[in-house]
Design a protein around this ligand. Structure first.
Ligand code: GSH
Length: 291
């Protein structure tokens, strides 16, 4: 059984963190049995200690390593892995008969859909170049969402359980520090964002997604066309989701959960580009369960 470590929020769904959603999407897509173990933000380090892991993620300023989730522990192999990209790689390699998120699976090859001849042993290792592309895509997506980070952090902060609030607030202020030129703040509550600034930030995200991703994600179409088929899995031109789809999905589901499905913010995002981003997340609906 696989354990997925995630930090809970106070909303009924409990799971809202974009990065842990990436790993959850992958586990759900692969239909691998797993359970979520909820760990308070200020306790994430204990997961690393328990499984003998070292911190692998650096803050946005590139200076400081920090303990981050997702982490998974696979009791079948006794292995623990940190970082969503490494988790996806591990799952692709360890469970080659499940649908791959970085390329054709053994199952696909067996079905004759793969890139190799039948009867030839399939190398289950994930290609370094594919991993690098996925990492580039992750960095691109993060940079596109950057203008709304202060808004997202403040919104997420509303749903953090009381015991984790001081830790979460100071961690997010560290993340924002390289991009924020105002006076030193001691809490996210002190970060004031005017209505005008908020409107400007959302507008910037709309433009960023249009310029940065629109061409890579096909239009929802009318249910008959190729557009609908290619709404996910665009990275290698396929019709199946890849890790990149779950990266974008992680950010979109974070906005939807943090603000709520009926919020002006989510309704706004979901309707941009003729409903492209809302339709995109809908397409990932089969993989949105929390186990
Ligand atoms: N690149 C990492 C990022 C992980 C990450 O930053 N996770 C956040 C939750 S969404 C976290 O654990 N933050 C803890 C902190 O900021 O101290 C991944 O995709 O796994």
């Amino acid at each position: 059984m696989i354990t997925l470590y995630d930090s809970p929020c106070t909303l009924p769904i409990k799971a809202s963190s974009p990065n842990t959603w990436k790993a959850r999407f992958v586990l759900n897509y692969k239909r691998l049995p797993y359970k979520t173990e909820w760990v308070a933000y200020h306790d994430i380090a204990s997961v690393y200690t328990k499984h003998g892991l070292s911190a692998v993620c650096k803050r946005l300023d590139g200076e400081e390593f920090y303990y981050s989730l997702p982490v998974i522990y696979d009791s079948t192999t006794g292995k623990a892995i940190a970082d969503s990209l490494q988790i996806a790689k591990y799952l692709d390699e360890q469970y080659p008969d499940t649908p791959r998120v970085f390329g054709a699976s053994k199952a696909n090859v067996d079905e004759g859909e793969g890139v190799r001849d039948e009867g030839v042993d399939v190398d289950v290792g994930v290609d370094e170049a594919i991993l690098n592309k996925a990492e580039e895509f992750t960095n691109l997506t993060m940079s596109l969402f950057l203008p709304v980070f202060p808004l997202l952090f403040k919104q997420a902060y509303k749903h953090i359980e009381p015991a984790s609030r001081p830790f979460f607030s100071s961690a997010r202020l560290k993340d924002l520090a390289p991009f924020y030129s105002g006076p030193g703040l001691s809490s996210l509550d002190e970060l004031k964002i005017s209505e005008e600034q908020a409107i400007g930030a959302w507008k910037q995200l709309e433009v960023n997604l249009f310029k940065g991703l629109d061409a890579r994600v096909q239009s929802p179409g009318n249910g008959k066309g190729e557009g609908e088929e290619r709404l996910v899995g665009w990275c290698r031109g396929g019709d199946k989701p890849t890790f990149e789809d779950f990266v974008l999905g992680g950010m979109l589901i974070f906005v939807r959960i943090a603000y709520g499905e009926e919020s002006a913010e989510w309704k706004g995002v979901s309707k941009w580009n003729e409903g492209k981003w809302g339709a995109f997340l809908d397409k990932l609906a089969p993989y949105q369960t929390v186990q």
